[in-house]
Design a protein around this ligand. Structure first.
Ligand SMILES: Nc1ncnc2c1ncn2[C@@H]1O[C@H](COP(=O)(O)OP(=O)(O)OP(=O)(O)O)[C@@H](O)[C@H]1O
Ligand SMILES: [Mg+2]
Length: 321
């Protein structure tokens, strides 16, 4: 869906993006991470032509970027930024309907679409449709920003630190909403973030940038298991990498069948992450947890010894391979 070949951007003498190659398949979620000033936003803005690249090729949906009219192109690509970029003198409903209006949709269709999106993003119409951006909390404004980006049903969504200014609880909630939205809508997403947990949680494809270069890219798990150099390793969490990897697997993938001496007072849901399970073990001073289904019925158990043993076996088989 998106393909960058040897793409560079120079600002005067400075090379902000240096001959990067990047492919994002249709329906995939790509996260760009890296220290400040490494070229993430510039990369994003070259894709929707808010910035013209200095050299290299960009292909979108099988066609060279130049084959698209720049204005039409931007209307086909949803773009969300940290400051939301909402128009302050427009109501929420009008802000969300911006692109459909530019595309001259019939008024009834715009109205229907705005209502659909507000429902999708958890913004009750009676409460929010007529509010102005200054009357919204940061999280609500971000939701309006995401709704607006989705309004004309773009195939591609570019998101530049969309949740950067939010408190951790609202942030996690919006991440979960974005993940579930993505599960239903299958947009092709390029997402910039400074929050590694956010990147690991959402991305199918993780891209680490440094000084305008792509240092390493691959699945989150591959990068966690084999960081290429100390920079990638420290960016991915250094010593915390083990826990970040545990956050990517579910309890149900590590549980064994119910033993006779079930530690029933310590329970964890099968859908929780292994990281949450390890945290619970530390908190509750136990090395075994009962695993329960959504009705709180025990269906297995999780043992710290077994988790460690599996990790050792995995490491051994990787070494042999
Ligand atoms: N319009 C511009 N003119 C000159 N230099 C620019 C311009 N935009 C970006 N740069 C430079 O290009 C480099 C990359 O900037 P970019 O905004 O892409 O970084 P970033 O990875 O998004 O950083 P951050 O995480 O801080 O947002 C920086 O050194 C920046 O100073
Ligand atoms: Mg940036």
């Amino acid at each position: 869906m998106i393909e960058l070949s040897q793409v560079s951007k120079r600002f005067g003498d400075e090379t902000a993006v240096d001959a990067i190659n990047l492919k994002v398949a249709k329906g995939k979620f790509c996260a760009l991470v890296g220290t400040s000033g490494c070229g993430k936003s510039t990369t994003l803005r070259m894709i929707n032509r808010l910035i013209e690249r200095s050299s290299g090729d960009i292909i979108l949906d099988g066609q060279a970027l130049e084959a698209y009219d720049p204005v039409k192109l931007r209307r086909r690509i949803g773009y969300v930024i940290q400051s939301t970029g909402l128009f302050p003198h427009w109501t929420v409903a009008r802000n969300i309907g911006l692109v459909p209006r530019l595309l001259k949709w019939p008024a009834d269709d715009i109205q229907t679409r705005v209502e659909e999106l507000m429902a999708l993003l958890g913004l009750p119409i009676e409460e929010f449709a007529h509010k102005y951006p200054h009357q919204l909390s940061g999280g609500q404004a971000q939701r309006v920003g995401v709704a607006r980006a989705l309004a004309a049903d773009p195939d591609i969504l570019l998101m530049d630190e969309p949740f950067g200014a939010l408190d951790p609880i609202t942030r996690i909630k919006l991440q979960d909403e974005l993940a579930s939205l993505q599960g239903r809508l299958h947009k092709t997403v390029v997402f910039v973030t400074h929050d590694m947990d956010e990147a690991l949680k959402l991305a199918d494809h993780l891209v680490v940038m440094r000084d305008g270069l792509i240092v390493q890219q691959g699945t989150p798990l591959a990068l966690l298991q084999h960081p290429k150099d100390p920079f990638v390793e420290s960016l991915l969490g250094g010593l915390e990498r083990g826990l970040k990897q545990a956050a990517l697997t579910r309890v149900k993938d590590h549980m064994s069948s119910l033993g006779p001496t079930l530690p029933s007072q310590y329970r964890i849901s099968a859908d929780f992450s292994l990281r949450q399970a390890l945290s619970m073990m530390l908190r509750d001073h136990t090395d075994r947890l009962a695993v329960v289904d959504q009705h709180d019925v025990p269906i297995g158990e999780l043992s710290l010894r077994k988790i460690v043993k599996e990790a050792q076996l995995e490491k051994g088989s990787m070494r042999e391979a």
